[in-house]
Design a binder for this molecule. Structure first.
Ligand code: ATP
Length: 221
């Protein structure tokens, strides 16, 4: 079984998340995607963050197909801040022989990975898939590629180099880092929250059931 782990604050989950999760699942031939809302986000100021239960519930509404998209409560059940390294170790411990897991993240998140707890362990533990996102990365030359290249070499290890296929960066001791362009979706959770706060419609920005949930519970006002 091939699995993509897709974590985030998901405050709230939006159409960009849904779109890219689907594209990556197809492109990388994953059998399932595990969507993992974080508890206390270690990187974001704890203002305007909906309760974990709400974010979890919205994620479930955004991914109704439970056979291929599993929303996990592993991080929100764990005490304290959510560290991706703990989550990855949890899933790795459950793997059987033919299973493979990949960490899926946007280029904006990837370029901050050196601020994450025990981030070097992540490069030792599992391959990553880094997705493009509008507004991030170096557009002037090779899209996000130039940026990933630079970051890997400067911040992680200068022995990372592009594989012959051009699909991923390889390293003798560390796991591969795949780079992939997804359809640009210029939506952010911050944008969605601002829209709600200022009374602008969010139709199309989030799945319909998520929109209804936000309105019903009075979130982000
Ligand atoms: P915020 O605006 O609050 O910072 P966000 O929209 O970036 O939130 P997160 O929950 O922080 O949402 O993102 C979870 C993951 O999804 C991250 O890896 C992020 O890079 C990725 N992601 C979010 N939105 C997009 C998008 N539109 N295109 C590609 N990747 C995205």
């Amino acid at each position: 079984m091939r699995t993509g782990l897709f974590g985030g604050t998901f405050n709230p989950i939006h159409a960009g998340h849904v779109r890219v999760a689907g594209e990556i699942k197809e492109k990388f031939d994953f059998d399932r995607m595990i969507i993992i809302p974080s508890a206390i986000p270690p990187h974001k100021e704890a203002v305007d963050i909906a309760a974990a239960e709400h974010r979890f519930e919205m994620a479930q509404k955004a991914f109704p197909d439970k056979s291929e998209y599993v929303v996990s409560d592993i991080e929100i059940r764990r005490d304290g801040p959510s560290y991706t390294v703990d989550t990855v170790k949890h899933f790795l411990a459950k793997l059987s022989k033919n299973d493979e897991i990949y960490l899926v993240l946007g280029i904006d998140a990837f370029l901050e990975i050196d601020t994450w707890m025990s981030y070097m362990d992540l490069f030792e533990l599992l391959p990553m898939v880094v997705m493009s996102r509008p507004g991030y990365g170096d557009k002037s030359s090779a899209g996000v590629e130039g940026t990933i290249d630079d970051f890997l070499k400067k911040k992680i290890s200068d022995e990372y180099h592009l594989a012959k296929t051009g699909r991923y960066y390889e390293h003798a001791l560390l796991k591969p880092v795949y780079r992939t362009d997804v359809t640009p979706v210029d939506i952010s959770a911050t944008g969605v929250r601002t829209h709600v706060k200022t009374g602008k419609p969010i139709k199309g920005y989030v799945p319909e059931k998520v929109e209804a949930y936000i309105m019903d519970k009075g979130l982000y006002r």
